[in-house]
Write a protein that binds this ligand. Structure first.
Ligand SMILES: NC(=O)c1ccc[n+]([C@@H]2O[C@H](COP(=O)([O-])OP(=O)(O)OC[C@H]3O[C@@H](n4cnc5c(N)ncnc54)[C@H](O)[C@@H]3O)[C@@H](O)[C@H]2O)c1
Length: 260
């Protein structure tokens, strides 16, 4: 006998809070934006190109009341300031920043030029630094805020497929998370990171050949790629007012590839 379970999505209840997500053009950032919107946040989806994030905002709320889009290149402090201003102009304030944007590059260690190194570090690490500075100051001046940074297993174990520049930058994300967490805590702001292992997302399927992907899965103790939806739910948990006691943490979601 088969049993079918019908699930219906719970209706969205506005929670009166505003979240800004970087790198929401696709992949994990888009999943995080959808999850936070479903959880009741008004969401400013940001990306280095307007087209995909505007499409996402239109999908979330065609009326534009609870979703909007803007260009934000995470290497630019001015772009972070402009995005904050856009959220405040639209909704009066902001409560949550998710520093999701990132760029990995498979490159042999000794082939990485100084330019390559800086380019990858500026997206993955400068971006988190600038986002925490701009939104952290604003949140602290309001007495409340939540920042969630997306790190990576590569930042903890040095990486396998991805380059040294990516791994080094992601290691820096964990450290910056602690530094901003300590500095901003008295202002009612928590800063945490999530460190995923390989996820079932387009970037992984694009960069790892199908036969190699099977080997990657086999190397993961739980035998499967991580779920972007679960990472997004974890981000939503850390972004909630109830997460007040979690600060400066890195939550590992890597299928048991790295235990500490
Ligand atoms: N996919 C995985 O297996 C995995 C594992 C661990 C960590 N992560 C991290 O998760 C985050 C999302 O990764 P993804 O898998 O969705 O990858 P992805 O490449 O599909 O998405 C990355 C996003 O960042 C954006 N981006 C890149 N440079 C930018 C810039 N200068 N300014 C603004 N946006 C920029 C891209 O446009 C894209 O929207 C990244 O921080 C990544 O390092 C991913």
């Amino acid at each position: 006998m088969t049993t079918t379970v019908e699930t219906t999505a719970a209706p969205r209840i506005d929670n009166g809070q505003v979240a800004v997500v970087t790198g929401a053009t696709r992949g994990l950032g888009a999943v995080i934006a959808r999850t936070l919107h479903a959880a009741g946040y008004s969401v400013l989806a940001t990306g280095s190109r307007i087209g995909p994030v505007q499409d996402l905002a239109d999908e979330l709320d065609p009326s534009g009341k609870t979703a909007a889009a803007t260009v934000l290149d995470v290497r630019s402090k001015d772009d972070f300031s402009a995005a904050l201003q856009a959220a405040v102009e639209r909704w009066g304030t902001a409560h949550v920043l998710v520093n999701n944007a990132g760029r990995s590059q498979v490159q042999a260690l000794m082939d990485i030029s100084p330019e390559d190194f800086s380019a990858i570090v500026s997206t993955n690490l400068d971006g988190v630094f600038l986002g925490c500075q701009v939104f952290g100051s604003y949140f602290a001046s309001n007495g409340y805020g939540r920042i969630v940074n997306i790190g990576s297993l590569a930042g903890q174990n040095g990486g396998t497929a991805t380059g040294a520049h990516y791994a080094a930058a992601k290691g820096g994300v964990v450290t910056l998370t602690k530094v901003f967490a300590r500095d901003l805590a008295s202002g009612g702001v928590t800063v945490n990171s999530v460190s995923p292992g390989p996820l079932d997302l387009p970037v992984v399927h694009e960069t790892v050949a199908p036969d190699k992907l099977e080997a990657v899965k086999a190397s993961i103790p739980v035998g499967r790629l991580g779920s972007a939806e679960f990472i997004a739910s974890t981000v939503a948990l850390l972004a909630s007012p109830e997460a007040a006691s979690v600060n400066g943490a890195s939550w590992d979601i890597n299928g048991g590839l790295f235990m500490r």
